[in-house]
Design a protein around this ligand. Sequence first.
Ligand SMILES: NC(=O)c1ccc[n+]([C@@H]2O[C@H](COP(=O)([O-])OP(=O)(O)OC[C@H]3O[C@@H](n4cnc5c(N)ncnc54)[C@H](OP(=O)(O)O)[C@@H]3O)[C@@H](O)[C@H]2O)c1
Length: 288
Amino acid sequence: MAADKVLVLGHTGLVGRAVMAASGGRYLAPAGGRREFDLTRPRSMQRLLERTRPAAVINCAGFTDVDACESQPELAMAVNAAGPEALAAACARVGAHLVHLSTDFVFGPGHRRPISESDPPAPLNHYGRSKLAGERRAAAAWDQCLVVRVAWVFGPAKPTMVDKMLARARRGEKLRVVTDQVGSPSYSRDLAPVLLELARRRVTGILHLVNQGQVSRFGLVVRALELAGLDPALAEPVDSRELGLPARRPEYSVLDCRRLRRVYPAGLPAWTDALARHLGVKPEGDND
Ligand SMILES: NC(=O)c1ccc[n+]([C@@H]2O[C@H](COP(=O)([O-])OP(=O)(O)OC[C@H]3O[C@@H](n4cnc5c(N)ncnc54)[C@H](OP(=O)(O)O)[C@@H]3O)[C@@H](O)[C@H]2O)c1
């Protein structure tokens, strides 16, 4: 076994890139694209694990386009549910601890307070259903598995909602942003070192990992506009139904991170601080 090596899967994605950057060169990643690692091909995972024999695997790979999952539910299940199960079985064969990423979208309606790991999931869309099935199937296949639910991720690897909104605002376009979705933004650069630490300590079970605080999508965009020195009035509050996206989203999916603080007492910084760092500006009141 490569004693200190972590195999990062989904290393071309938003979170995977941040994990590789945070690992200081201690990572392995499949360089051969889908030929070498494909969540829909169990043999590819067995071969990869047997060849690399890492101490831990951090799986950031998945079918992550929430609206596309609505029209391709079978592919969503193959990638996000059967895939992690086969990956967990391959990890079990070589004794590699598995950190598998999941989502706040496993939760459904009716929440008013931050949601804990023991609250019952009730996904509202195919993406959430496939991710929930993946959590359960991976954990059933290998007891050295940690499911980490993250949410509303932004980071440098690729433009996410915040960056796209700012780009449009810079072109002077009006932005229509929903007020009826409240969640927990998280910064890939803050997630990454904690994911590596959880893998190193072989934590198991389910863990919520997001930056502190909560906000609506509208509030997030307004804050981003303010931090970027743009006019917050460019953001127009709308209701989710007005956007008519294929996948229904939860109205409230704020994740409670108390379990995280038992294993990682520092927790993650506030999302406002993280957003300011992402945008390369100092938050208000920071006069250093
Ligand atoms: N981004 C968010 O806001 C968010 C929120 C909640 C939870 N999550 C979860 O966090 C994890 C990471 O998300 P992310 O935003 O970093 O994802 P991402 O940027 O969309 O990257 C997805 C990664 O998965 C790979 N991939 C897709 N299909 C694959 C397949 N069949 N076999 C092997 N690899 C495949 C992609 O490879 P290619 O580049 O080659 O396509 C890419 O490296 C996912 O589990 C996601 O469900 C994300």
